[in-house]
Design a protein around this ligand. Structure first.
Ligand code: HEC
Length: 138
């Protein structure tokens, strides 16, 4: 569904803007993911409401993880691989997996126990890595 919507806007959206947008989303994802990972490892003390807030942001940002990957945005200052558009079903599957991971992490974050985040964060880390392995230049 998202691919049709993006294909329709490909003419009016500048590739450069799409690339900047999707990279910005990834940077924000990393920020909240890092905060929670450090809290889970015990290297960053995070208050209960901060754990919940970071997990809520990650959940919300996961919903935008496919935004800005429109057809025609392969050229430019980007590390996105053409495989995203060639193997769209697989890419979309990983986006959905990531969204499920983020929703699960948010559930585990309710109550604000940092140690409870370990398992759902490990699952999420595998999804980040799968997607980067297949769809991002290293
Ligand atoms: C469904 C695929 C997918 C998932 C899941 C995913 N990424 Fe990415 N990520 C990408 C792609 C593709 C790029 C390259 C975007 C570009 O350069 O246009 C990228 C780029 C990045 C970047 C570089 C941004 C920049 O400024 O160039 C960071 C940081 C990043 N991802 C972190 C993460 C983290 C952390 C996770 C998991 C918590 C994650 N990503 C999950 C596909 C994914």
């Amino acid at each position: 569904m998202w691919c049709h919507a993006l294909a329709a806007t490909a003419q009016t959206v500048r590739a450069e803007d799409a690339i900047r947008y999707r990279k910005a989303v990834m940077v924000m994802i990393k920020w909240h993911y890092d905060r929670l990972s450090q809290a889970a490892k015990g290297s960053l003390p995070l208050a209960r409401d901060e754990i919940e807030r970071n997990a809520a942001w990650l959940d919300a940002l996961s919903k935008n993880a496919a935004e800005g990957f429109g057809v025609g945005s392969l050229e430019g200052d980007t590390k996105a691989l053409a495989a995203i558009w060639r193997d769209e079903a697989k890419f979309r599957g990983l986006v959905e997996k990531f969204q499920a991971d983020a929703a699960r992490l948010r559930q585990f974050a309710r109550g604000g126990e940092a140690a409870a985040l370990k398992a759902p964060l490990d699952a999420m880390t595998r999804t980040c890595k799968s997607c980067h392995d297949d769809f991002k230049k290293s």
